[in-house]
Design a protein around this ligand. Structure first.
Ligand code: GAL
Length: 663
């Protein structure tokens, strides 16, 4: 296979944002471009929502304004990431093809006037998307300013599932490909339960709202089908572009870690370069940890290769309950964390704040306040700093630990009627990730069936759905010398959301050296004490029967009093830990300290928790999220200040990007 086209690394780190000049008179464009140059912008994404302007009537194109824009940007040396506008079909499209509108799970047909694609299985939508993508490729495929194709926008948002008649038919066809026979479907879905057996494919439908809880295996398959249908839409556009324009990289902006309706492990191979959008949870005072998680997940989806951050915000967004503005310096701290975790492009939504429409209160690189503003000066300063960091372009991050991540398991666990509403896969992943973030352990995310042999430590905080193949993979990993940590409510069901034969954790029984006889969820607010001073758990406990594991900590009270709470099992050259209750991030530290010893993971003891330290190839990126300065003993040159030293002070809120002398 020939290598996939990539962005030209000679341009260094790409910097810019979404640029929507069609919202402004053309006189403003010259000022935009002048200011872009002042800020060091070298890439902008255009055309993402321009379908109605580019194809005002079906089959009639108007490229005049975009032609002029391409030439202006090119003359200024600014590259173009060209969007295909298929996330927002024009009014004429929905008028002409009303059957292409998305139908909700409760049967509501969604109207026009907002944005959001049509039904992913609509033949008319697919045809129209391919037509506009092909027309753009023919028009601009050879333009020297074209650097990247940005297909669609954020597949899966704002809606993903569609329950229209056309979607139902497509779901049936998808099921026929997956199961071939109705007997196989009936077996996989367990339709003997509640008398749901099917005798005719035409009777199988999308899992719309029903009188009670709908068959969970049917819902899980519908989630898989939805992700696949969206991916087919991407592939159709991509192939139409590639046929005309084979040498320019094609991507789409993922929302790794914030939108759970697409299985990005399946998407990753289909793009030429992985790209991501990330927005902070403004309410969370430690939202930089969530940012780091999304960046690490994006790098993992990219198989460790550099990736592009296509959107984040310069300050507040407009769609959260309280849109907290970024504090002074936070813009750069956020950008540098993405960069340290493997991003080769740092881009924002959007270049110039919109005066009209739903997003007028969203921050931008050029805010409503204009250039005499804090945001503009921070945008300029970041552009200048990124210009000093070209040596990071194309380099990689090595992680020694991995957290297992599987969208299919999340979809299954999020269905109704689980043992406790306090169970949250995301909460446990966040807690384990936060623990390792504070300990400065570099983390990748991995699919449970992926090759794990390069990691010293693998953590499975939320592997509710775990296939036998994945369990075998984990067994091989531990036997080969790995350290595995498994949290409660893992390895419960197979790929059809059916409890594993042999009961809870059955496929990992010999790995963990135990079996779980019964779940013992706790009441709201109830805590249980462990026999380690000060350690308590909440939410969950298990009735565990030991089959070879040693007890590391036991319950002193609660429903499992006297029984094991935390266990360790030696298997082959490795060890497997089991955590049967919910511990806080701080308390997880007590357990992880011992886990790190098993794994041989070195944890710096003298650095404060709020100092983020990332190593990207021969560079150390240090970001101080705390309010005191700290000294970092790293022998090298800080590329931002030019200072060459063995110890670098990282000011409160400050950043260092140190090129190491010893690599
Ligand atoms: C993204 C979207 C952008 C813009 C942004 C606002 O999800 O791709 O078009 O809406 O959110 O935060």
């Amino acid at each position: 296979m020939s290598p996939k086209p990539q962005l030209d690394p000679r341009h260094g780190i790409r910097y810019g944002g979404d640029y929507n000049p069609e919202q402004w008179p053309e006189e403003v464009w010259a000022e935009d471009i002048e200011l872009m140059r002042e800020a060091g912008v070298n890439l902008v994404s255009v055309g993402i929502f321009s379908w109605a302007l580019l194809e005002p009537r079906e089959g009639e194109y108007d490229f005049g304004w975009l032609d002029r824009l391409f030439d202006l940007l090119h003359a200024a040396g600014i590259g173009i990431s060209l969007g295909t506008p298929t996330a927002s079909p024009p009014a004429w499209f929905f008028h002409r093809y009303p059957e292409a509108r998305v139908v909700n799970r409760d049967g509501t047909t969604l109207g026009f006037g907002s944005r959001g694609m049509a039904s992913p299985s609509s033949p008319a939508y697919r045809r129209a998307s391919v037509s506009i993508a092909s027309a753009l490729a023919e028009r601009y495929g050879d333009h020297p300013a074209l650097a990247l194709w940005h297909v669609h926008n954020e597949y899966g948002a704002p809606v993903s599932e569609c329950y229209s008649d056309q979607s139902t038919q497509a779901f049936r066809a998808w099921l026929q490909r997956r199961y071939e026979t109705l007997d196989a479907l009936n077996a996989a879905w367990g339709t003997a339960f509640w008398g749901q057996r099917y005798e005719d494919w035409q009777h199988v439908s999308a899992p719309a709202v029903s009188a009670s809880v709908v068959n969970p295996a049917q819902r899980l398959d519908f989630a898989r089908y939805t992700s696949d249908a969206l991916l087919e839409c991407f592939i159709l556009e991509r192939d139409a572009i590639r046929a005309v324009c084979p040498n320019v990289p094609i991507t789409t902006n993922f929302m790794a870690g914030t939108c759970e309706s697409v299985d990005l492990w399946k998407w990753a191979d289909e793009v030429d370069v992985v790209a991501n959008d990330h927005y902070l949870v403004a309410e969370d005072a430690r939202s930089h940890v969530g940012l780091a998680l999304s960046a690490d997940l994006t790098r993992s989806i990219a198989g460790g290769k550099p990736w592009l951050l296509l959107e984040h915000s310069t300050s507040a967004v407009n769609w959260q309950p309280r849109n907290v503005a970024k504090r002074r310096g936070e813009l750069a701290r956020n950008a540098m964390s993405h960069l340290g975790r493997g991003a080769d492009a740092i881009m924002f939504f959007q270049w110039r704040a919109s005066r009209s429409g739903a997003e007028k209160f969203h921050s931008a690189m050029l805010p409503h306040a204009g250039t005499n503003s804090r945001i503009w000066s921070e945008v300029r300063a970041l552009g200048a700093d990124l210009g000093r960091l070209a040596s990071l372009t194309g380099t990689r991050v090595q992680a020694e630990a991995a957290i297992l991540w599987d969208w299919q398991s999340f979809w299954a666990q999020d269905l109704e009627w689980r043992p406790s509403e306090d169970l949250s896969h995301r909460e446990r992943i966040n807690a384990c990730y936060d623990r390792m973030w504070r300990d400065k352990v570099a983390v990748d995310f991995a699919h449970p069936e992926a090759d794990l042999s390069s990691y010293r430590l693998v953590v499975a905080p939320a592997s509710y759905l775990l296939t036998q193949a994945a369990a075998d993979n984990l067994r091989r990993y531990v036997e080969g010398g790995g350290t595995l940590v498994v949290s409660y409510f893992s390895a419960i069901v197979d790929e059809n959301d059916a409890v594993h034969p042999g009961g809870f954790v059955a496929p990992l029984r010999d790995v963990l050296g135990l079996t779980v006889e019964e779940f013992l969820p706790l009441r709201s607010g109830e805590t249980v004490h462990l026999d380690q001073p000060g350690l308590t758990g909440d939410v969950w406990a298990d009735a565990i029967r030991l089959e070879g594991a040693e007890v590391v900590m036991a319950y002193e009270d609660g429903p499992a009093a006297g029984g094991p709470a935390i266990t360790r099992h030696q298997l082959g050259d490795g060890s497997a830990w089991y955590l049967s209750t919910r511990l806080t991030v701080t308390d997880l530290g007590v357990v992880f300290e011992r886990v790190y010893q098993d794994a041989g993971t070195a944890v710096p003891v003298d650095l404060p928790e709020e100092l983020e330290v990332i190593r990207r190839s021969g560079h150390v990126v240090a970001i101080n999220h705390g309010d005191k300065p700290f000294d970092l003993d790293v022998d090298g040159t800080d590329l931002l200040s030019g200072q060459n030293a063995r110890t670098h002070e990282v000011a409160a809120g400050g950043i260092r990007v140190i090129s190491l002398h010893e690599r």
